[in-house]
Design a protein around this ligand. Structure first.
Ligand SMILES: Cc1cc2nc3c(=O)[nH]c(=O)nc-3n(C[C@H](O)[C@H](O)[C@H](O)COP(=O)(O)O)c2cc1C
Length: 185
């Protein structure tokens, strides 16, 4: 049966570079795999009262069920103030609760960070790894994926212009699939 890999871009921005990377990765799914993008729209900021008082927003239910059915994830994260964008942390928190019912549990992950700058979201990349240690998500170590100058990467149609970066992403996706096969429960 085909395995599903979720592509999660940590941005809500219409013209997000992270979303464009996720769209480019959609075309790189190998045989036997389906890649799907996961939207972080419409997720209210996490408040434990929603779970404790049985007033869980509909969008949380949909999001948690979606994540539950997915076998592994590639996170494409920008960096906000040297860390993870709040929208991405919020989504991770929502999926991690109620306590003991995390929908992330054991799912193999990879992190591709990016930035218009040259440091490529290094801080966000490693803060995200810290979350995944606690969430028990085996996270690909190598290759590390840091995408600098992401604002220069795409043409008008959203295609990756730079052949080397495209090849790097294809190689990273191939490595992730091997990682996934070794680590999926
Ligand atoms: C609140 C905020 C903080 C930011 N902090 C950083 C940062 O620490 N490092 C960095 O490289 N870029 C930073 N940026 C710039 C983002 O890399 C840039 O806006 C990027 O396009 C966001 O990703 P997206 O295109 O996927 O929306 C910041 C942007 C915002 C809005």
């Amino acid at each position: 049966m085909s395995k599903t890999i979720g592509l999660i871009a940590g941005s809500l921005r219409k013209a997000s570079f992270s979303k464009k990377i996720a769209d480019a990765l959609l075309l790189m799914a190998p045989e036997g795999y389906t890649f799907t993008t996961i939207s972080l729209e419409d997720l209210p900021v996490y408040n434990q009262d929603f779970d404790d008082d049985n007033k869980v927003p509909e969008s949380y239910i949909i999001f948690r069920n979606t994540i539950k059915d997915i076998n592994g994830f590639i996170f494409i994260t920008p960096e906000h103030n040297r860390s993870i964008p709040a929208v991405l942390k919020n989504a991770i928190d929502i999926g991690s609760r109620p306590y003991g019912k995390s929908v992330w549990e054991g799912k193999p992950a990879a992190i591709f960070s990016n930035s218009p700058g040259s440091i490529s979201g290094f801080g966000a990349n490693h803060h995200l790894r810290q979350c995944f240690v606690f969430l028990n998500m085996p996270t690909m170590q190598q290759p590390e994926v840091y995408i600098p100058e992401v604002n220069k990467l795409f043409d008008e149609e959203g295609n990756i212009k730079n052949k080397d970066t495209k090849a790097l992403l294809e190689k990273a996706v191939g490595a992730y699939i091997k990682w996934f096969e070794r680590n999926a429960g």
